[in-house]
Design a protein around this ligand. Structure first.
Ligand code: FNR
Length: 350
């Protein structure tokens, strides 16, 4: 309905200019140190970043994670970023398709296939909306935009900070199991900035999930976004919890240890450049995911600004591989690395 779409535009305004990345939060990626190789014995062109995802071949292991849809402004964001992903061989996700599930007139703002005919494309819906829609309803959302897969997002922290949000989180695993059975490796389960830890990841994989985006703490905080929209006691609790979550570095390293190598892992949540992308790949991610930096660049200068931002990221990623003497992500993972400080404490507990 109208309120879903209006809330989405309020979210976009806050994310475009608001303080949605609390300074005290950290991915803990500053505690990961890749080790310099003074004699790389390779050319930048030797770096091969290609990787399989959703039955397609990406040119770089990057996912523009799901953000938006439902309004005209959201449609422009989707089209610019999907075109960018198409040009550079990345994967791209639309934001929650709840608005189009409620009103099919909003579907056009999620349609990107005309500008991104071959991009590895993910649809998106919240776990608790999926309960209401059922397997067939979720499949219709995926098919309506010609997506290659469907992202199911988990956001208990955000819901609890949202005055109108969900308060009952029972029955989640049952829906995941049904969706995993129906969608197979076309299903991806993701958090939205509070992180998926090893226990939840293991359970998801037992139920048949084959793609997980840990989306950890350290980047966009949806608790903070809702805190900024809330008033009174709700805002106070939001302030208290805007640093809640599993830091992205701790989430990706511990989840990779908990699940087998066949599970495709995405690390998003505060990943902000090529070097940080290389770090999450070294820790076990198959893809690095980003939302806010590309969204902000697009809002500030459209597709050209988003493309500039992406080029910096891709250049940094290639450079990190060269300077560790790695031609591929597989080689990067074999290299030694230093993990220090609080990250070590997290990994001792997880
Ligand atoms: C998001 N995110 C998100 N996730 C999701 O599954 N469905 C959604 O509709 C949205 N909407 C959305 C809007 C905007 C403007 C942003 C910035 C983010 C969450 C996103 O996919 C990602 O998990 C987190 O934002 C963490 O990554 P970054 O932003 O720190 O790179």
């Amino acid at each position: 309905d109208e309120t879903t779409a209006r809330r989405k535009d309020a979210h976009l305004d806050l994310c475009a200019t608001g303080d949605v990345e609390p300074a005290q939060n950290s991915t803990l990626l500053e505690h990961v140190h890749l080790i310099h190789c003074a004699m790389p014995e390779m050319a930048v062109e030797d770096v091969d970043l290609s990787t399989p995802f959703l039955g397609k071949r990406l040119q770089a292991p990057l996912l523009v994670t799901g953000m938006t849809g439902g309004t005209e402004r959201a449609g422009a964001v989707n089209r610019d970023l999907a075109l960018l992903a198409e040009r550079h061989g990345l994967a791209f996700g639309v934001g929650s398709q709840r608005a189009m599930a409620e009103d099919s007139a909003r579907a056009a703002s999620y349609a990107v296939r005309d500008v991104a005919p071959t991009v590895a494309l993910l649809g998106n819906i919240g776990l608790y909306q999926a309960i209401g829609l059922g397997v067939d309803g979720v499949r219709r959302l995926m098919d309506a935009i010609g997506a290659d897969g469907m992202a199911l997002h988990l956001n208990a922290g955000q819901e609890l900070t949202q005055p109108e949000g969900d308060r009952d989180f029972r029955g989640g695993y049952r829906v995941v199991e049904e969706l995993a059975r129906a969608f197979g490796d076309r299903l991806l389960v993701k958090e939205t900035g509070c992180g998926i830890g090893p226990d939840v990841a293991r359970r998801l994989v037992e139920l048949g999930v084959r793609n997980v985006d840990v989306s950890g703490l350290g980047g966009t905080s949806w608790v903070r976004v809702e805190q900024l929209r809330a008033a009174g006691p709700q805002a106070q609790v939001g302030a208290e919890f805007s640093g809640w979550g599993i830091p992205t570095a701790a989430a990706i390293a511990s989840v990779r240890k908990a699940v087998g190598p066949e599970v495709r892992l995405v690390a998003s949540g505060g990943v902000r450049g090529g070097l940080e992308s290389a770090k999450v790949l070294a820790l076990g991610a198959d893809l690095a995911g980003m939302a806010l930096p590309l969204f902000r660049a697009q809002q500030q200068g459209g597709l050209p600004a988003a493309e500039e931002a992406l080029k910096v990221i891709l250049t940094g990623l290639r450079q990190a591989l060269v300077l560790t003497g790695s031609r591929t992500v597989a080689q990067l993972r074999q290299r030694p690395r230093v993990m220090s400080g609080a990250l070590k404490d997290w990994l001792a507990a997880l």
